[in-house]
Design a protein around this ligand. Structure first.
Ligand code: FES
Length: 241
């Protein structure tokens, strides 16, 4: 795509208080240099259509608020440059499998309800040091591939099981459960494994890898779920669960 060119933002619009069904609306936009999709949405919001509903916060790929479906993939709008999409039409939808509040803003309530169910905090009953609660570099390394989740919901929206089984905990909550199971400081591993061994837990995952593909942080929820399954099986075979 040339440095200066025009693109069409094709945005799914829906206001459940007024509309019968979602419908796409087109906006033309001049693109210069490294304009991101989020900046393109700002441009529309400020100069073309102030009624557009969207969510963002950090603008630096940290808060996860701007996750949306952009040209066939879940991405963070704030880190996606329009020129890298290499397309004159940018089709944008909100996260799937969550109720639309307005346009690109979905209700994250069901997502965070499931997140809460896995107790997303460290539980340590023994003496917690006053200052740092450190681990050895070797033990900390086990968390490297799972700790950077920003809870954007891209994996959740990409997962077919969260659509077919609304009670399924989903990849983000399960990966977070694994983050604590793998943490040597956490002391409620068996309780955590019992939560994910529930009928709405790890066994609902069909290992389709959508979540792994969707994650904008290149994390691997599928692998976390496999690790949890393995832990559950070992604990069951040894009578600890
Ligand atoms: S605005 Fe925070 S991740 Fe995009």
């Amino acid at each position: 795509m040339k440095e200066h060119s025009e693109v069409t933002f094709r945005i799914l619009r829906f206001d459940p208080t007024m509309d019968h069904a979602p419908a796409f609306q087109d906006y033309k936009l001049a693109v210069k240099g490294a304009l991101t999709v989020l900046e393109g949405l700002f441009e529309i919001l400020e100069n073309q259509d102030g009624s557009l509903g969207m969510r963002y916060s950090c603008r630096s790929a940290v808060c996860g608020s701007c996750a949306m479906h952009i040209n066939g993939a879940y991405r963070l709008a704030c880190e996606t440059q329009i020129r890298h999409l290499n397309s004159r039409v940018i089709t944008i939808r909100p996260l799937a499998h969550l109720p639309i509040i307005k346009d690109l803003v979905v209700d994250m309530g069901p997502f965070f309800e499931k997140y809460k169910r896995i107790k997303p905090y460290l539980e340590a009953s023994t003496s917690i040091p006053d200052k740092e609660f450190i681990q050895s570099p070797r033990k900390r390394k086990r968390l490297n591939e799972i700790i950077d989740c920003i809870l954007c919901g891209a994996c959740y929206a990409s997962c077919t099981m969260t659509l077919t089984d609304p009670e399924y905990l989903g990849p983000a909550a399960l990966m977070k459960a694994n983050r604590f199971v793998q943490d040597s400081r956490d002391e409620i591993t068996r309780e955590r494994l019992a939560i994910v061994n529930d009928e709405n837990g790890v066994w609902r995952c069909h290992t389709i890898f959508n979540c792994q593909i969707a994650c904008p942080k290149n994390l691997n929820p599928t692998h976390s779920i496999a690790q949890l399954k393995q832990k559950v099986i070992i604990n069951r075979l040894t009578g600890r669960l």
